[in-house]
Design a protein around this ligand. Structure first.
Ligand SMILES: [Zn+2]
Length: 140
């Protein structure tokens, strides 16, 4: 058997598996968008925010708030993924000693509203100060 052909075939099946996963996720997302929109419309009617024939700006405002809420949720989850992939130590920017990092929560004002983001913070016992590891230094 030709080794090159085997490698090519494995690469192809890996790619098609990834494409399948990507397609599955896109379809799931589309389905969830439709469901969220349905629930939002039903909720707006149930809680009385939107009745009869409302001014269009009311519909738009509520839809926009939902979008912003989704944006904040995605941003928080993305930052959680970033945090999970980082090392739990970093060099102190002042003395260079490697320090343990701990997870802390910070309020961040983003374009789509206030977020509570998880970040890693270090404390150097030599310098007796806290620090946020600079991007790229973590885990070196
Ligand atoms: Zn230090």
């Amino acid at each position: 058997m030709d080794g090159t052909a085997t490698v090519e075939r494995e690469k192809f099946s890996e790619n098609s598996a990834e494409e399948t996963r990507t397609e599955q996720l896109k379809k799931r997302l589309e389905s969830l968008f439709r469901e969220v929109a349905e629930v939002e419309v039903e909720l707006s009617r149930a809680d009385g925010t939107i009745r009869g024939v409302p001014h269009y700006s009311l519909i738009e405002e509520r839809a926009h708030q939902l979008g912003q809420r989704l944006s904040r949720e995605v941003q928080q989850r993305q930052m959680g993924e970033v945090l999970a992939s980082q090392s739990l130590t970093a060099k102190c920017p002042t003395c260079g000693i490697r320090c343990e990092l701990e997870s802390c929560q910070r309020d961040v004002k983003a374009v789509d509203g206030l977020l509570k983001l998880q970040e890693l913070e270090g404390y150097c016992t030599c310098c007796r100060r806290s620090f946020f590891p600079p991007a790229g230094d973590v885990g070196v």
